[in-house]
Design a protein around this ligand. Structure first.
Ligand code: VG1
Ligand code: CO
Length: 574
């Protein structure tokens, strides 16, 4: 469908008052949904973004993609962005049908259609609905999350904003029907264009160019017998992607059981976060042993959780390492080669061992996908990941849940049909990094900040260097070889980032990390990460929590966590 109206829309300039708290965190701006809806809070943030875009583009008219994860206010937010884009010199908007597009898919569309960037309306793994969270992420022309230089500049503008611009008469746009529309805007020499695009098409084509779909089809329903799997979309944006890829493209409806593929504005009241706590339904479904493989995604589809038969859990750190070690199972990497690997700082060192064996470079960056972009653009890395259930490659510039699942199925099709056996073989070759993360979520008051402050002071004074601790649990000894506040200089553009987490490294290579979450919308969330390495094969089948108990107990002691936070146990353990 194509339509071109004759009416001229006028631009209205509406006064507003600036907000002081619109600083984007690890991945966009996240706040309670009501905060976004009230007092033009959302409009202000979007206006600051357009102001910044027009300033950096020197008023060259931009083309952008808009999509979201379907949570409450995504569709209305999409309509507001349309009205504001028309009034802010945007040439063209590619709008996802019904406002729905996964974060990786937005990245794909930005790259494929050469746009200047995109806006993703999502608070990702945070719960949705009128009483929960909403969020906005900006992506740049490489398809990746805006780097800090951009988000800081937008933030500066949010604090000075005096008015917003929009075309209030641009209403009743049919977001459900694919097609192009052009609108005449008064005061603009060029018309404003909108194209409603399919949410899934571009992305599916990209996946088909990366993976051997025939081979995955054969794994699922081929001559070696059915390979039943379970996919749970947690009522996020991934439903249509799952149905299209597994049922239509891979023609594997018989083998692929799906759940929660209908997108809900409040994700059914759940956290759309694929981990053992919040994706409990998948864990239960897997326990019976009827499925060889299980996976879940987060609200916006960039995270993934991988389970093997009977719920065998693959930690995201191991998932990254296993994929890094088996990239030759994926046609894309055969064609493009494999540059280096990267992981976020708190992610376990499992992938480092694969890098060492394969003689590839390994980069360690701060938490947040935005730090991988330059490394990929400069062909320094091909694959990267975070302990927070994020895995991806340089096919786009976001982490990609579906890519991770198709990568795993490729490994299962080529190496061994058992996830558990693949992991055991991996540990036999490389040894095993035991890893866990404790989250203490939504703590009120200043305690968490004071705790971090004290740890920062300990770093500055080098207080713990060479100190030996006997752990309160298990009488194990640990000697500190490094304690610092992680900072990072981007090797490509030299940009510098500091205070990215307190890191304590021990002589045996074990590590503890403490940081505050940058994605929460209320209170403060403390994250504690523990990583230790074993190369004694008798330990490989041991329970990670059991193995890490001494290290974790030491962490709690060093940080005096209970005293500062009032919490004696975490809300989530992964
Ligand atoms: C968390 C994760 C981080 C991830 C970020 C965005 O950030 O720890 O690894 O990149 O979420 O993921 P934080 O600051 O809360 O620890 V997503 O899927 O919510 O955009
Ligand atoms: Co996400």
């Amino acid at each position: 469908m194509s339509n071109s109206e004759q009416v001229k829309h006028t631009i209205e300039t509406r006064p507003t008052k600036p907000f002081t708290d619109q600083k984007p965190g690890t991945s966009g701006l996240r706040k309670p949904t009501k905060t976004f809806i009230e007092n033009q809070y959302f409009e202000n943030f979007i206006q600051a973004y357009f102001d910044d875009l027009n300033e950096t583009n020197k008023d060259k008219q931009a083309t952008l993609v808009v999509g979201g994860d379907g949570r409450h206010f995504v569709r209305e937010g999409t309509r507001i962005i349309i009205q504001m884009a028309a009034a802010n010199n945007v040439k063209k908007l590619f709008v996802a049908r019904d406002g729905l597009m996964s974060t990786p898919s937005v990245s794909c569309v930005i790259r494929k259609r050469n746009t200047d960037g995109g806006i993703v309306l999502t608070a990702s793994h945070n719960p949705g609905g009128i009483d929960n969270d909403f969020g906005v992420k900006f992506n740049i022309s490489n398809g990746g999350p805006a780097p800090e230089a951009v988000t800081n500049s937008v933030y500066d503008k949010t604090r000075q904003l005096t008015n917003i611009r929009l075309c209030p008469t641009l209403v009743n746009i049919d977001l459900l029907t694919l097609g192009k529309h052009t609108y005449e805007i008064e005061g603009r020499s060029t018309p404003f264009e909108i194209e409603i695009i399919d949410s899934v098409d571009d992305y599916v084509q990209l996946m088909k160019s990366i993976f051997d779909f025939d081979k995955i089809h054969n794994l699922l329903v081929g001559d070696k017998g059915k390979f039943p799997i379970m996919i749970n979309a947690l009522s996020g944006v991934m439903g249509p992607y799952v149905l299209r890829i597994f049922h239509e493209e891979l023609k594997a409806k018989d083998a692929v059981t799906v759940k929660n593929c209908k997108n809900l504005e409040d994700f059914g009241g759940h956290h759309p976060d694929p981990n053992l706590t919040y994706a409990h339904e998948l864990v239960e479904d897997m326990k019976h042993g009827d499925f060889e493989f299980g996976a879940a995604f987060d609200g916006d589809g960039d995270r993934n959780m991988i389970l093997g038969k009977s719920g065998f859990f693959v930690t995201p750190c191991d998932s990254l390492a296993v994929l890094a070690a088996n990239l030759d199972c994926i046609p894309y990497f055969k064609k493009h080669g494999v540059h280096g690997y990267a992981r976020s700082m708190p992610t376990s060192g499992a992938v480092d061992r694969v890098a060492a064996k394969n003689q590839k470079s390994l980069y360690e960056v701060p938490t947040g996908w935005k730090f991988f972009g330059n490394l990929m653009d400069s062909k320094l890395i091909s694959i990267c990941g975070e302990e927070s259930f994020g895995t991806g490659s340089d096919h786009i510039r976001e982490k990609d849940g579906m890519w991770a699942v198709l990568s795993w199925l490729s490994v299962l099709a080529n190496v061994d049909r058992s996830v558990e056996k693949i992991l055991h073989a991996h540990w036999t070759t490389f040894g095993r990094n035991f890893f866990t993360r404790y989250d203490y979520e939504e703590i009120d008051g200043p305690g968490p900040f004071a705790m971090l402050k004290r740890l920062e002071g300990m770093c500055m004074a080098n207080e713990l260097l060479n100190k030996t601790f006997v752990t309160p649990y298990g009488n194990k000894e640990y000697t500190v070889t490094l304690m610092d506040d992680f900072h990072y200089t981007d090797p490509v553009d030299g940009s510098y980032t500091e205070k990215q987490g307190i890191r304590i490294v021990f002589t045996d290579g074990s590590r503890l990390v403490f940081r505050l979450s940058g994605t929460g919308a209320r209170g403060a969330t403390v994250r504690l990460y523990a990583d230790s390495y074993e190369n004694d094969p008798s330990t490989y089948t041991k329970d990670a929590q059991e193995m890490l108990r001494p290290l974790v107990s030491l962490a709690l002691e060093i940080a005096q966590l209970k005293d500062f936070t009032g919490r004696d146990k975490p809300t989530v353990i992964t």
